[in-house]
Design a binder for this molecule. Sequence first.
Ligand SMILES: [Zn+2]
Length: 119
Amino acid sequence: MRPSIIRIFNILNNFFKGKKVTMTERYSEEEFEGYVQELIDVGRIEGKEAGIARLMLDKGYDSLSEKQKYVFDNMIKQHTVNECQRCGVDIPWCEMLDALYNGGYCNYCQHMKEKIMRE
Ligand SMILES: [Zn+2]
């Protein structure tokens, strides 16, 4: 009995993992463009990457060439936190910059962490 239960658990686990939204799918979220703009403004991306980011803001992600998409995707990967280290939620784009600086926490958990440290 036991091994098959583990197997079913693994299948379910993979199923849910597979369902998780990928970063590229999150590009269509409303706040994403604001986040890209923010990255340029604070100087976290520059040079060629910033050029591609500006092009994306101007003409949209789909207008980028395959090569540009590759550079853009990599750049976003380096400047994002997949999920909150504490509660595991997807970090909203409007909180992403904070999460980069605070070690990967959503605003709520960051707030809780500070509260605990103060007490
Ligand atoms: Zn959290």
